[in-house]
Design a protein around this ligand. Structure first.
Ligand code: PRX
Length: 644
C-alpha cells in the first residue's frame, strides 16, 4: 500500500490546477524555484539555484539582494509609496499609521543609527522590544546593513534574554522603557539591565521611549533612540548580501538542552515566504493583513514583517492583550482598519469561544475575506466557531502547518492557487515544492489513515541554514533519525484523500497556548530552585491552551512540601524563563518513575497528570516492565491524592 501515499499522485488531489503546480514543483524543483525567485528584486542573479550537500542546503548561490530593499525600497519607487504599510495600535488606544515612504525614511534613519553604533555586516543585534513599530523598523534596519537580528520575545525573563545574547555574542541590545500589557507596564529596561549584567558582549543599548516611565540609564552604555534620531542620516545604502547570508537567528526549543538558534538565510527565506503568503493567503498589495502573533516568534517574523511587506501589503500591529480593556478589542481592530486577512492561533479562538459570540457580533467584520490558523492543531469545534462567528460563513480558513525551522508555511490550503475543499482540523496539502510524507519508525511510508512521523524529503528554500554555532546539533536534531529526510518532530496522518492531519509533537516539546517550550528548559528552571533536587515536566491537555505545564519535583533533604513552596517554585520558574513557564500544577513526590537506564518514564507522569487510567499506558517505555510502570503509576496517583 505504501506506494499510494506519494504526495504527488493526482487521484489524491481534489483540484487539478494545484496538483499541476505541485507536481511540477517536485519534478523540476530548481526550475520551479528559480521562476519564483525572479519575482523578487536581486542586485545580482544567482549562479546556481541549489547546492545540496546533505544536510546543508544553499539556495540561489551567488545571488545578491537585500531584505530591506525588497520590503521597503522597491515599494517607494511605485504608487505604493503613499499607501499604508503599518497600522499600529498601542494597548492604551494610541495609533500610528506609517506609509511605505515613512517606513522607508525610518528604516534608513534607524540603519544610520546602527551604523554609527558600530554595527556592520554579519554583526548580531539583539532586539528586546514590545509590539511597537520600532520593532519591525529595527529588524529591517539590521537587514539593510547585512547585520543579523535576533528578536527575543518580550515575555522572556532576564535569564532567557541573557542566554540568547550570550549565544550570539551580541554587541548591541535594543530595548524600550517598557510596554503595555493588560493596562500594566512591563518593565523591559529593568529586565534588560539584569540580562546585560550577565552578558559581557553587550557594549551599548539603545532604548525606545514607549511608556514614558522613568528608567535608569547607564552613561556611555545606554542611549535614547530619540536623541540618536536627531543626528541620523536620511539615507543608508542597502548592503547587497549573498543569498545565503543570514537574515536572522531565532531561538526555539528542542528535545534537549538549551534553546537552539535557528539561522535563516536571506534569499531562500524571502522567496519561500513571498510565495507561501501568495499561495496560502492570496496576499496582495491591497490586503490589510493582521497576524496576531508576537514578532518574537517565527510567525511574527514571516507573517508580520517579511512576507506582507515584501508584497507591499498593509499590516496591522497591535501591542497589547486580546481581551483588554474588553473582549471585543480584536474585533474592534478588524472593523477599524478594515482587515481583510486575519491570522491567529487556535488557543485565541478557543478563549473567545468560551465567552460567546456576543462580543464579535458588536462589530462589522465584513471586510474579512480569509482567516488563518497556526501554531497548533485546530479542533473542529473551534474551526466551526471561527468560520461562523468571525468569518461570517464567508471566509475560508487556512490551517497552516509550519515551524521555526521551516521558515515559511509548508502545509496549508492554497486559495492563491486554487481552493481545495476544506476539512476542519486538517492543514490539507503540502505547498508547492514541499515534499512532505508520513513515515513509520523505520522511515517507510505508512498507509493512509495510519499515524506516523511527519518528514520532508527534499530541501526547500526557506529551510534553516543550521543551528547557530552548532552544526552537529543541527545534523543530530533533524537529519539523524531518518537519513536524507528532515525530521519535523510531529506526528501526522494522511487520510485516504491525501489530506494531512497534524497530531502534535512526538518529542519533549510542549505547546502552551501555541508557544513552543522544551521540557528540558522547564526542568532546568525547576531544579535551579535551591530546594528542588530533581524535576520532571510533562503536559496536560487544556481545553483553551491546548496543553498546560505539570511539574513533578523531588525536594532536597530537609525541605518540606507546602503550598507556599509551590507558589515559590512557580514564581521561580517564571523568573527563570518568563510567564509562559508558569506551571498549572506542581506535585512534590519522593521518587520519579525511571527505567533501569535512568530515563524518566514520562508516559507514566503524563497519564497521572491527565487523569488517564493505566489502560492508556499501552506502549512501553524502553526497558521498563509493565509491572514497574503500573507500580510507578499507582505510587504517583496515591501521592497526588494525598496532596489533595
Ligand atoms: O507541532 C507543530 C505546531 O507547532 C510546531 C512548531 O512550532 P514553532 O516552531 O513555534 O512554530 C509555530 C508557528 C509556525 C510544529 O512542530 N504547529 C504549527 N502549526 C500547526 C501546528 N500543529 C498543528 N497544526 C498547525 N497548523
Amino acid at each position: 500500500m505504501s506506494h499510494l501515499s506519494l504526495p504527488f499522485e493526482s487521484r489524491y488531489w481534489p483540484v487539478k490546477k494545484l496538483f499541476d503546480v505541485y507536481e511540477r514543483s517536485i519534478r523540476e524543483p530548481e526550475e520551479f524555484w528559480a521562476e519564483q525567485a525572479r519575482q523578487l528584486d536581486w542586485f545580482k542573479t544567482w549562479s546556481k539555484v541549489l547546492e545540496w550537500e546533505p544536510p546543508f542546503a544553499r539556495w540561489f548561490v551567488g545571488g545578491q539582494l537585500n531584505a530591506s530593499y525588497i520590503c521597503v525600497d522597491r515599494h517607494v519607487k511605485t504608487w505604493r509609496k503613499s499607501k499604508v504599510a503599518i497600522y499600529w495600535e498601542g494597548e492604551p488606544g494610541d495609533v500610528r499609521v506609517l506609509s511605505y515612504s515613512t517606513l522607508y525614511s525610518e528604516v534608513n534613519k534607524f540603519a544610520s543609527i546602527l551604523r554609527s553604533a558600530g554595527v556592520t555586516k554579519g554583526d548580531r543585534v539583539a532586539l528586546y522590544l514590545p509590539m511597537i513599530p520600532e520593532l519591525p523598523i529595527f529588524m529591517l534596519a539590521c537587514a539593510r546593513l547585512g547585520a543579523i537580528h535576533t528578536v527575543i520575545f518580550s515575555g522572556f525573563s532576564a535569564q532567557a534574554l541573557a542566554d540568547r545574547i550570550n549565544d550570539i555574542e551580541a554587541k548591541l541590545l535594543v530595548t524600550a522603557d517598557g510596554g503595555f500589557r493588560r493596562g500594566k507596564v512591563v518593565p523591559l529596561k529593568e529586565i534588560a539591565d539584569d540580562a546585560v549584567a550577565l552578558s559581557p558582549s553587550v557594549e551599548k543599548t539603545i532604548v525606545v521611549r514607549r511608556t514614558g516611565k522613568p528608567v535608569a540609564m547607564k552613561q556611555s552604555r545606554d542611549f535614547w533612540l530619540q536623541d540618536l534620531l536627531e543626528k541620523a542620516a536620511p539615507f543608508v545604502e542597502p548592503v547587497p548580501v549573498e543569498s545565503n547570508h543570514p537574515l536572522y537567528i531565532l531561538y526555539t526549543s528542542g528535545t534537549t538542552g538549551k534553546p537552539k538558534g535557528i539561522v535563516h538565510s536571506t534569499g531562500g527565506y524571502l522567496v519561500q515566504n513571498y510565495c507561501a503568503y501568495k499561495w496560502a493567503f492570496d496576499l496582495k498589495e491591497e490586503s490589510v493583513y493582521w497576524c496576531t502573533a508576537d514578532v518574537g516568534w517565527v510567525t511574527g517574523h514571516s507573517s508580520i514583517v517579511y512576507a506582507p511587506l515584501a508584497h507591499g501589503a498593509a499590516i496591522v500591529l497591535y501591542e497589547g492583550a486580546p481581551d483588554y480593556p474588553s473582549l471585543d478589542r480584536w474585533w474592534n481592530i478588524i472593523e477599524k482598519y478594515g482587515v481583510t486577512i486575519f491570522y491567529t492561533s487556535p488557543t485565541a479562538i478557543r478563549m473567545f469561544m468560551r465567552y460567546g459570540e456576543d462580543w464579535s457580533k458588536r462589530h462589522d467584520l465584513s471586510s474579512l475575506e480569509l482567516l488563518g490558523s497556526v501554531g497548533e492543531s485546530i479542533n473542529p469545534e473551534a474551526w466551526l466557531w471561527y468560520y461562523q462567528h468571525i468569518g461570517g460563513e464567508r471566509c475560508p480558513i487556512v490551517d497552516t502547518w509550519w515551524q521555526t525551522e521551516t521558515g515559511g508555511i509548508m502545509i496549508s490550503p492554497t486559495p492563491g492557487i486554487e481552493c481545495v475543499p476544506l476539512k476542519p482540523g486538517s492543514a490539507t496539502f503540502p505547498l508547492p515544492g514541499v515534499d512532505a510524507a508520513v513515515v513509520n519508525e523505520s522511515g517507510e511510508l505508512v498507509n493512509p489513515e495510519e499515524r506516523g512521523l511527519l518528514v520532508i524529503r527534499k530541501p526547500w528554500p526557506g529551510m534553516l541554514l543550521g543551528i547557530y554555532g552548532n552544526p552537529e546539533r543541527y545534523k543530530e536534531a533533524y537529519w539523524s533519525r531518518f537519513p536524507g529526510m528532515f525530521y519535523t518532530g510531529d506526528y501526522a496522518i494522511k487520510d485516504k484523500d491525501g489530506y494531512f492531519w497534524i497530531l502534535g509533537r512526538a518529542d519533549e516539546v510542549l505547546k502552551i497556548a501555541g508557544h513552543r517550550i522544551g521540557t528540558a528548559e522547564l526542568e532546568d528552571a525547576a531544579v535551579s530552585h535551591p530546594q528542588v533536587a530533581e524535576a520532571a515536566v510533562v503536559s496536560k491537555a487544556d481545553p483553551i491552551k491546548g496543553e498546560s505545564i505539570v511539574v513533578f519535583a523531588i525536594l532536597n533533604e530537609g525541605s518540606t512540601p507546602s503550598v507556599s513552596l509551590k507558589k515559590e517554585l512557580t514564581d521561580h520558574m517564571r523568573r527563570m524563563v518568563g510567564p509562559i513557564a508558569t506551571p498549572d500544577e506542581i506535585y512534590f513526590v519522593s521518587k520519579l518513575p525511571k527505567t533501569r537506564s535512568g530515563k524518566i518514564m514520562r508516559r507514566v507522569l503524563k497519564a497521572v497528570a491527565n487523569d488517564a487510567t493505566i489502560g492508556d499506558l499501552t506502549t512501553l517505555e524502553d526497558e521498563a516492565s509493565v509491572e514497574e510502570i503500573v507500580r510507578a503509576y499507582q505510587e504517583l496517583k496515591k501521592a497526588e491524592e494525598e496532596a489533595k
